[in-house]
Design a protein around this ligand. Structure first.
Ligand SMILES: Nc1nc2c(c(=O)[nH]1)N[C@H]1C(S)=C(S)[C@@H](COP(=O)(O)OP(=O)(O)OC[C@H]3O[C@@H](n4cnc5c(=O)[nH]c(N)nc54)[C@H](O)[C@@H]3O)O[C@H]1N2
Ligand SMILES: Nc1nc2c(c(=O)[nH]1)N[C@H]1C(S)=C(S)[C@@H](COP(=O)(O)OP(=O)(O)OC[C@H]3O[C@@H](n4cnc5c(=O)[nH]c(N)nc54)[C@H](O)[C@@H]3O)O[C@H]1N2
Ligand SMILES: [Mo]
Length: 744
């Protein structure tokens, strides 16, 4: 598939060049093609691979800074065990054998005494190690794999995946020609005439397999842009229409747009008749969301809502590219349902340049996924949070994150004793109510943390710390699971720093000690070959080949490609896209989309809003950092030296706050300090604060924990605001006040 004769490794003037596909660590979601330059066994430079279709030679700042990351003096280099009290920062270097031995002994002891479910296995955001962590958990017999940290309401990606699976039987993404190696030149692809960028900032975050440049490529080819964002992003300044929405009201906007499109008869009637279920019910429901009301709720002027609805509905094709902000509202399930309904009623479903169904032929994780099925029914029933949320029970494999914390603190229905933490910085980043999460994990008897650096999480909790390698130091399978669909290999360019090891190797070696039958491979390469065996290719062969693209067809519903019975239609109970969801109905949820005010807002809690008048949105991703990472990397920290809160200039002036002032941001639940950045690019009644801040340069031991309590915005967000489906948490909408630090 690779163009030209390019190999995966060659020499250039005494420099070795290794062609690879970037994954983690350091943190990132999906694979860009990279060229790694190695001189005298040292990584000297990283460049984007110009022959790789995904990123076409481009790279983001974090890969370009890879040499600073790999050779950072603070990298964890050896396995260590705690030598003093927890959090004291005293460590003793130990050999790998001893580390594995201690972990296996402790886990097996707990398994015998309390049961395997008393060990939880935590992963952060999506990374290629994810499926192996699942296998480690499930093959040990614990049903408790915890994703995203825990992250309250699984409020990243998982709500979308679940709602789309339940209502459309598949997973849909914006079509930016990512399914074709020839990209924009593919003859079947069409450039979207209009793209709505909704609660997403793809240029900085390029989430889920999207390298952000696709959006500018589409714009160069004529796509008109509508941006829905309380902040004036780069894209908002280039948009035909910018809808400066009140945070947390996206469902209302979507319902208002549905109202206009349906009432003005701008729908694709044939598509609706043939392929959707419940249009009449949806039509009745959207009458509850007339323009006037929606404008009042969302703070968006009426004319703009009309203009955007008409532009989206009359552009053919049109796509909606959405972001995590949609998942990060409490009632995100109906918001997702409403936005999906927009694609459906306009017929922009699985057509070139619309929202298309990702093909699923590359089922590489079988070897790993089946593991949950392998554990006994009795063990499955012990999954944390089982029985509380019917939708989650049926559609979502991992344990329920918010309930995990409750259960650790209460021991009900059974105690949690130990945690395996690999690729998450829990209370420094992912979880709301950071103090509570900290207290919960402090309660555990035994914690292992696998990371690249000493983090607040490792410092506070770990009994054993294991050093992970970066992607430059290891082999791997690079499967982009999110949006674009190809498989290739991550190729080791240099020897791991110190005694660090790849995450997969660590898991394989520990797995062998916990349950040798399910970890039969002698090395990770054999394990990778097993993982891709359905492709009838070995790891080494795939590495030679470069990469392979999955086949892709449009309008799969017409061709019987979506249902197990091979009939035309969608893989849902009704065989159609469910505008009225029979699955939600069965789970006791509203079968139609609706809007509910955030738990704290100027409307739902006017009394609170008197003292806390500003709407706080948090965690818009920044150019240099991946969540809580990279704060110790000089070039990346230089781009964003301090935690930033964006405030509208007049709002700040009234509060006596000047650009660069240290301020407190405070909600009813807690406060932290960040630096004010005055910008007209934010709504006067909204502020935005960065998330994931800690300071690697500050003292590590308790109580400082690298200054993690100073600027951590998740101290301000309470637990318990999970949506009624179990999905969703209002990370993007709370009520707050700000004041200058001196005045405190
Ligand atoms: N207030 C607020 N909070 C948020 C958000 C928000 O918008 N607002 N966003 C949320 C979202 S969307 C998410 S997904 C979560 C993310 O939450 P996390 O996934 O916990 O975030 P990270 O900071 O990426 O934590 C990753 C940790 O793993 C380490 N790491 C990175 N790569 C590797 C690797 O390959 N191997 C190993 N072993 N370790 C690695 C890093 O050094 C870091 O310490 O945060 C959430 N938190
Ligand atoms: N550089 C970098 N890239 C990343 C990450 C990272 O940490 N750094 N994290 C990765 C992860 S895990 C994720 S989930 C993705 C997320 O990436 P995105 O989906 O882009 O999410 P955010 O950057 O959190 O927010 C996107 C935009 O939503 C706006 N917004 C805030 N509140 C609201 C609201 O209530 N409604 C609407 N409509 N918009 C709102 C913000 O102002 C922001 O511009 O990025 C991934 N990529
Ligand atoms: Mo995320």
């Amino acid at each position: 598939m690779r163009k030209g004769e390019a190999k995966w490794a060659w020499e250039e003037d005494g420099t070795k060049v290794v062609r690879s596909i970037a994954r983690t660590g350091p943190g990132c979601h999906q694979g860009c093609g990279v060229l790694l330059y190695v001189k005298n066994e040292k990584l000297t430079k990283v460049e984007g691979d110009p022959e790789f279709p995904h990123n076409q030679g481009r790279l983001c700042s974090r890969c370009l800074a890879l040499t600073q990351i790999v050779y950072h003096p603070d990298r964890l280099k050896y396995p260590m065990k705690r030598a003093g009290q927890k959090g004291e920062g005293k460590w003793e270097r130990i050999p790998w054998e001893e580390a594995y031995g201690m972990i296996a002994q402790k886990f097996i002891e707990i398994k015998k005494k309390q049961g395997p479910e008393s060990v939880i296995f935590c992963q952060g955001t999506g990374r290629d190690i994810g499926p192996y962590i699942s296998k480690l958990a499930y093959s040990f017999g614990s049903p408790n794999k915890v994703t995203f940290g825990p992250l309250d309401g699984h409020a990243c990606f998982a709500p979308k995946v679940t709602v789309l699976a339940a209502t459309t039987g598949a997973f849909e993404v914006t079509d930016c020609a990512q399914f074709f190696p020839e990209r924009y030149e593919n003859i079947n692809w069409r450039v979207p005439q209009c793209i709505m960028i909704w609660g997403n900032n793809p240029l900085t975050s390029n989430p889920d397999g999207f390298m952000g440049y696709w959006i500018t490529e589409c714009m160069k080819r004529g796509s008109e842009i509508i941006v829905v964002d309380p902040r004036r992003t780069w894209l908002a300044t280039r948009a035909k229409i910018w809808l400066q929405i009140r945070p947390g009201t996206d469902a209302a906007l979507a319902l208002g747009m549905l109202n206009i499109i349906i009432n003005e008869k701008l729908c694709d009637e044939e598509f609706i008749r043939k392929w959707t279920y419940g249009f009449a019910e949806l039509t009745r429901r959207v009458q509850d969301y007339p323009l006037e009301k929606v404008s009042e709720i969302t703070w968006i002027p009426k004319e703009k809502i009309i203009e955007a609805s008409r532009l989206y509905a009359t552009s053919k094709p049109a796509a909606i590219q959405w972001g995590v902000s949609i998942d990060q509202s409490k009632e995100c399930v109906p918001a997702i349902h409403a936005i999906m309904s927009l694609w459906a009623i306009t017929g922009n479903f699985d057509v070139p340049g619309g929202n298309v169904i990702k093909s699923q032929n590359f089922n590489l994780d079988d070897e790993i996924k089946n593991e949950f099925q392998a554990i006994s029914e009795e063990q499955k029933e012990k999954k944390i949070g089982r029985g509380i949320y019917p939708l989650l029970d049926q559609w979502y494999l991992p344990a329920v994150g918010s309930v995990v914390i409750d259960q650790i603190l209460t021991d009900i229905p059974y105690p949690i004793k130990a945690a395996w933490i690999q690729t998450t910085n829990t209370f420094a980043c992912s979880a709301a109510d950071a103090k509570r999460v900290y207290e919960a994990f402090k309660k555990l008897d035994f914690i292992v943390v696998v990371d690249l650096f000493m983090t607040p999480t490792a410092m506070a909790f770990a009994d054993i710390v294991l050093p992970a390698a970066t992607y430059a130091e290891r082999d791997g399978i690079a499967l982009t699971g999110g949006n674009s669909i190809f498989v290739g290999t991550t190729n080791k360019a240099i020897e791991p720093v110190g005694e660090s090891k790849s995450d997969m190797e660590i898991i394989l070696e520990l797995g062998k000690r916990l349950n040798p039958q399910v970890w039969p491979w002698n090395n990770v390469q054999d394990m990778f070959s097993a993982v891709i065996k359905s492709m009838e290719i070995t790891f080494e062969e795939l590495r030679e080949k470069g990469f392979a693209y999955d086949t892709f067809e449009y309008k799969k519903y017409e061709k019987g490609l979506l249902r197990p019975d091979k009939q035309a239609g969608f893989n849902t109970p009704t065989g159609k896209i469910e505008l009225y969801s029979t699955v939600f109905e069965k789970c006791g949820l509203d079968p139609l989309p609706y809007f509910e005010e955030p738990p704290e807002s100027p409307v739902s809690t006017p009394e609170i809003s008197k003292d806390y008048p500003l709407v706080l949105t948090t965690g818009a991703k920044s150019w240099g950092f991946f969540h809580s990472e990279h704060r110790q990397i000089p070039i990346l920290r230089y781009m964003n030296p301090d935690p930033i809160t964006e405030i509208y200039p007049e709002t700040a002036e009234k509060l006596g706050i000047k650009d660069g002032d240290w301020i407190y941001i405070e909600t009813q639940h807690g406060r932290c300090q960040q630096r004010a950045k005055l910008t007209a690019g934010i709504h006067p009644r909204v502020i935005h604060s960065q998330h994931g801040w800690w300071f690697p340069e500050k003292p590590g031991p308790e109580p400082s924990l690298f200054g993690v309590w100073e600027s951590n915005i998740n101290l301000l967000l309470p637990s318990g605001w999970v949506g009624r489906s179990g999905f969703g948490y209002p990370f993007k909408s709370q009520m707050c006040r700000v004041y200058k630090k001196e005045e405190s």
